[in-house]
Design a protein around this ligand. Structure first.
Ligand SMILES: *Cc1c(COP(=O)(O)O)cnc(C)c1O
Length: 388
């Protein structure tokens, strides 16, 4: 008997401990973990530097209110600003909180310049921005919003890839366009660089803010620190979460100074957001991932992985339809049953997770080793050969 609510379809497996790319189950099996808490454990399980950060900070100070200065948070904010487009950072605890706060920042900006009616947020239909009331309505997904009462107002939606639909949905009162730079839950769909550039142009022309949700694809996951960097586009607001905590719950909103002006005293707050313990971990993650050499290595491993996945695809075209993604945010779109495929990978000690459009999501830690990639490739190939 479990006293937990039934809102998850949990697999009948639990783990005793984890180390790097591996998880060790309570029934004595060793798994290659290419889920990593859904792109959360960016440095694998129990990374020694993160263990040390928690240990050291936990003996000094865990939590103080944001009514006081928190030097660890000042430090992490400075690192994020030095590394990115951003001028200011606002810490939260999760992805949904970060996307909601991003919406608040956008609306508050137009309010602060005397245009309170310019407050609508335009998003991609069936995208994913989290599970709070506002975030589910931002996603525009029937499945996620059904049964949760009155619709949160102020959201419009356009179809992925349909630029006519995008242009038609832009109104005078559109405050921001919010999209995931790479759609994670939606099936690892990469927004091409030319699209991002075009979006920026449209936003500039119509005085609309550009919010790029990098909760899943950010913090090195794409091979760049942010997935939009290659396009040279500068967004106005970027919510982050998952990868920045390396397993510790951290969220944040990064923004430029123009929009930050609206966030005056009392406009937003979070009891836990940016507490010393979380920030100590975040600083350690940031020090490792923001290193150029580290990101270079992510790209190189990614090229190797994707090249070899494509080879398997070419050998088994009836099973694999397409390899998608960027960096170590990889999707294997199947022609065959997704649930069965994931189960078979798990039976062979490789953990992966589903995404929409019959895609198997593969999310190794960013410091994954070449021989661990080889191990995964062998298992994927074996499963392909066993499925008829
Ligand atoms: C996971 C995710 C969220 C929500 O994050 P939570 O921490 O689960 O609230 C928001 N946006 C994107 C793109 C995500 O992948």
């Amino acid at each position: 008997m479990s006293y937990l609510t039934k809102n998850y379809n949990r697999k009948n497996i639990s783990f005793k401990y984890g180390k790097g790319s591996f998880l060790y189950s309570t029934d004595g099996k060793k798994y290659l973990d290419f889920v990593q808490g859904i792109a959360v454990n960016s440095l694998g399980h129990t990374h020694p530097k993160l263990v040390k950060a928690v240990r050291t900070q936990s003996k000094k100070l865990w939590h103080v209110s944001n009514a006081f200065k928190i030097p660890e948070g000042e430090k992490l904010a400075k690192k994020l600003v030095k590394k990115t487009f951003a001028d200011y950072v606002m810490f939260q605890n999760s992805g949904a909180e970060a996307t909601e706060a991003a919406i608040k920042v956008a609306r508050r900006y137009f309010y602060s310049i005397g245009e309170p009616n310019k407050n609508r947020i335009l998003c991609i239909k069936n995208s994913f921005h989290g599970r709070t009331i506002a975030a589910i309505h931002a996603s525009g997904s029937k499945k996620m919003t059904e049964g949760f009462g009155p619709k949160a107002g102020g959201f419009d939606h356009f179809e992925f890839g349909n630029h006519q639909s995008l242009k038609k949905k832009i109104k005078k009162n559109t405050a921001a366009i919010m999209i995931e730079t790479i759609m994670g839950e939606g099936g690892i769909k990469v927004i091409p660089n030319w699209c991002l550039k075009e979006l920026r142009k449209i936003c500039n022309k119509k005085r609309i803010l550009l919010i790029l949700d990098e909760v899943q694809c950010g913090i090195g996951r794409s091979g760049d620190f942010f997935a939009f960097e290659e396009s040279k586009v500068k967004p106005d607001i970027v919510p982050i979460a998952k990868g920045i905590g390396g397993g510790f719950p951290i969220g944040a909103v990064l923004m430029n100074k123009k929009v930050a002006k609206g966030m005056t005293v009392g406009t937003h707050g979070s009891t836990f957001g940016g507490n010393p313990l979380a920030m100590a971990v975040g600083n350690s993650v940031m020090d490792i991932i923001s290193n150029k050499k580290f990101l270079h290595q992510v790209k190189s491993v990614s090229r190797y992985f994707i090249l070899n996945l494509n080879k398997i695809k070419n050998d088994y075209p009836k099973i694999i339809k397409e390899i998608r993604g960027k960096g170590l945010l990889i999707g294997v779109k199947l022609n065959t049953n997704q649930t069965k495929f994931i189960k078979k990978l798990m039976d062979n000690n490789l953990l992966t997770i589903r995404a929409a459009e019959n895609v198997v999501r593969i999310l190794p830690p960013l410091n994954v080793k070449r021989n661990e990639i080889d191990q995964a490739l062998r298992i994927i190939k074996k499963v392909c050969s066993e499925i008829k």
